[in-house]
Ligand binder design. Sequence first.
Ligand code: 5AD
Length: 344
Amino acid sequence: MNDLLSRLVNGQSLSLDEWEALISCTMDDSELFALARKARDEIYGRKVFLRGLIEFTSFCRNDCYYCGIRHSNKHAERYRLEEKEIIECCIAGYEAGFRSFVLQGGEDLYFTDERMVSIIRAIKEKMPDSALTVSIGERTEESYRLMKEAGADRYLLRHETADREHYSILHPASLSFDDRIKCLENLKKLGYQTGAGMMVGSPGSSFRTLAEDMLFIESLKPEMVGIGPFIPHHDTPFAHCRMGSVSLTLRMIALVRLLDPHIMLPSTTALGTADSNGTIKGLEAGANVIMPNITPIGERRKYTLYDNKKITGSEAGENIAALSSLLESCGYEASLTRGDCIRQ
Ligand code: 5AD
């Protein structure tokens, strides 16, 4: 076995240079993936945790250069679900069996703390045995606190890149790397199960920036990490940039699994979009979460972060029976439980 890989498996820390060497080395990834699956199976078994994803607003005040729903994209179709619709969507998901929901949206100022608190309270009151994840970007510590007190269990906020220079290539000057990291620290401090994450192959990324991501994940100790390939969107400044590599994305998933085997790792929609078999490949590299989309069908296609975003098959919330049998045929078992991160 590669010496760096065996050190990782033995729980030793790697330096930035060592991470870069491991991420970039030529190796047959089948051994790496087998180790990642073993690490996952020892903790979570063959269960794949399903979370119902509700993309409830495509309005966004930010202008991230990679994202299709960036503020400046005048072609993006904007929609917003009302409180009642969001709750109905969760109830329909609950009736279908989901016990874990993710409320995701752009940074839409319509959703004030008051509105978010009311939505979160209502969902937790009606479905107290469900876990609720919120993912609506950067907010004040006070806002995160209010949502936590209202009953939110988890928060997803990808760090996007742990390299300051790279962060400024991906975002306009109005968005700051320090603010992003501060938000993640606040979320951890408030007791959220916190999700970080990054795109693989975004413009300006390198093996070095991915190595920095690994060190960042090691120090933050997030409960969840979302990793997907960068996929260009035609109405963004990055329209003509190359898509991120699927095999490098899979390698990163496996390495994060080995870095901290307890992390909940989704096989992301971007991975399922970039490769027709990407969802299963993600599981085979060590992922253990899938987030089927339960947004009302009429709005679903409008939440286009990148071109050809998958809204069918394993990404479609209506098909959990089909998804469960697909998982079963691959030796996995779909789980509709809360799916909390198990920490030692
Ligand atoms: N390609 C891949 N992932 C993207 N995201 C946004 N735009 C893209 C894109 N073009 C990811 C970001 C964000 C998450 C909601 O979606 O990492 O945090």
